[in-house]
Design a protein around this ligand. Sequence first.
Ligand SMILES: [Zn+2]
Length: 374
Amino acid sequence: MPFNPVKLFKTILICAGMLAGTLSYGQSGSTFTKLKTVVIDPGHGGYDAGCISKNGKYKEKNIALSVSLKLGALIKEKYPEVKVLYTRSTDKFVELGERAAIANRNKADLFISIHVNSTKSTQASGTETWVMGTHKSESNFELCKAENSVIKLENDYESKYEGFDPNSPESYIIFSLLQNTHLEQSLQLAGHIQKHFGKGPIYTNRGVKQGGLLVLWKTTMPSVLVEIGFLSNPKDYNILINKEKQNQIAGRIFNAFQSYKEDYESGGKTGTESAGTAVGNTPPAIAPRTDAGREDNSGAFFSIQILSVNKILANNAPDLKGRKDYTYIKVGNLYKYCVGKYNSRQEAAKNLPDVRKTFPGAFVIQIKDGKIVK
Ligand SMILES: [Zn+2]
């Protein structure tokens, strides 16, 4: 069917609003402070092998499943209270849309998709972690095309993905319109993963990347796609097919999960990005708090970040869930929306559970001179 980005965009906004609504009902404030559910998504499966080693012996689907199960086992062992779910735990085909739907239905707090990379050249090596967004280079587009093209194995994919054609650059326009409300946290987890991969066994860090990946498209929680190495590279290959090395790879992702969980549950985060230039407020701006009868004149205060998006939102945007008492700060090309103004971190943390009722991923930040303090 003809691809209509505007119609599709409207649909996404409506869906996002509906999901946000269901998620916020009947939850008590404190339930959001714990990371409760993680969905692990082993790439491909069944008649979709993913990439295959040159000798035909090893398939991406099997390596991805093996590492995924190892990661899940590590999480269960260390955090028995965390619910670990898989989009598949056997060798079967699961549609891309269904993978996201599994995470959404289970109200997951985190979605981790695990894949293995491959190129025609045997030179490329290393790990990379992807978050949803628009690709910035031709090589990023190539990966998205490759990972998205599996929808062609699904029945009636044209109508299921609303006319999306994985090979057509025009189809990807939709992703530039996307309000990625969990971009910040996705980037945070991705940053942790790439940092921990620095300890090997595959050392080359290809970094955190953004692209229009269909499997991440409709998830309603922070989500990443990890490419754990290149099956096409002889060195990576030897590591990827080795069960002991697979344990190490799963261990690195587990360590990243742990770092993310700690950040999330403390209501804050260990900053991995630089504070940028401050832009003005969307009226009405944060109302100054006058607890002590006068404002703190040091210019520093604490606030609660609720969203991070790549453009300025309209006052009635569904993502704002009716809140009008926000301000935003521009950091790089992102707009960080926050609410509340507090004199101390403790005071902000006290109000955090309440904010998390409608913005589960909210966390405390410090602002000084119009910039977010690292
Ligand atoms: Zn893949």
